[in-house]
Design a protein around this ligand. Sequence first.
Ligand code: ASP
Ligand code: MG
Length: 471
Amino acid sequence: MSVMKFGGTSVADAAAIGRLTTIVGRRLESCRGTAPPPVVVVSALAGVTDSLVDAARLAEEGDVDGAVASLQQLLNRHLTVTSAVTSGQAQATLVAHVRDEFTAGFGLVRALTVLREVSARSLDAVIAMGEIASSRIVAGALAQAGIVADWVDSRTIVITDAEHTGAVPDMIATCTRARERLLPIRANGRVPVMAGFIGATPQGVTTTLGRGGSDYSAAIVGACLDVDEIQIWTDVDGMLTADPRIVPEPRLVPRLAFAEASELAYFGAKVLHPSTILPAVSKNIPVRILNSRRPDSRGTLITADADSAAGDLVAIACKRDVTVIDITSTRMLMAHGFLRRLFEVFERFKTAVDVVTTSEVSVSVTVDDPRRLDAIVDNLRHFADVSCERNMAIVCAVGENLRGDARLFARAVSALGGIPLRLVSQAASRRNITFVLRDADVPQAMKRLHLEFFEARVEAFQDPESALRRC
Ligand code: ASP
Ligand code: MG
């Protein structure tokens, strides 16, 4: 059993939806008789949610023409796709559904223009249209291709609190509904198709789960149905061992632990936000990232536990252009309360600190948002000597194996071969080592680490079976 989630780029237009249809068809074909059909969860067509947010903003500004025009453009785009992926009576029905959804949308946007106010609750009603329309179209396209599919309204399944634009599901209510609604469809050999990103309060008011929330929907439904795998179909092959803009030939990370994915997420080295797949991972359901343009590539598998045979490290990542602040005070010697005072300053100026290292008389921190730096430094100077160094960077090596094998640390440092290291830190999780160095040294440092840990490596993890064939 699986959940197949298709992101915005995988449903962007008729060609993308054609690829989706082929992927779902192949999956059904190879699993016929051995596994029930997958549940398909979809995002809005690429860029649609952003456009809907813009339309809502125009409404808030009272620009009725602008808001209506941008909605009209979206309607046209959806109708174009609809007529490309369906024909005949099925097309007429689908066009009617899409038009109905937008008719409600026009009414809503006009009302908001009158009020010139867009609450989070109203915004949810507007942006939910994207996923409702895309899921209708995908269900229609599958049916057109001869795949029996049933559109299911996610608002009757994903029951959330009323925290609009960032609603949290009530898992007990949601799982009850998911089983009630989805299992009979699958038992009949049909493919349930549902919108990601959206849900409803127990009273039936539309909510959304936060931007990028379709992955979250897939994880929620997968956890409720206890599926064997959640597939996240996107437009990249998976997670890479390094940023290809810095390291010329990064490798695909075949497999990583959820905790490793979380460490990397901070560096933007992510294809999904790890917290969104937590419901699945906490139930030990593997999540696989796959490329809908290359459906037979094996992708990246994220599991609750690491596969320690998979390699020494899983990836390296960096964050460019950070500032190091050194705070030194002899008063710190054996004093308590010093760190509290220090961090209160960052708190007051709402500036996040990324790396922290300490010695007995000094603390060094990095910040990547320099906007309030001057004020922070002024305030710190009340009780310490402070100096700042700009144009620094954080390079981070991640891998569960760092916990058990101290030699990896030694190899990383020697691979850097004398590149000056400003700070070094290994936090409690011990699944990462963080180096702070000059930004100018980043390309060199990343390349050397990549060479040491990835380029010589013989693939330990072999999984030649396409995700489409494994049932
Ligand atoms: N369409 C929504 C967004 O763009 C949700 C998603 O794509 O996951 O944020
Ligand atoms: Mg999206």
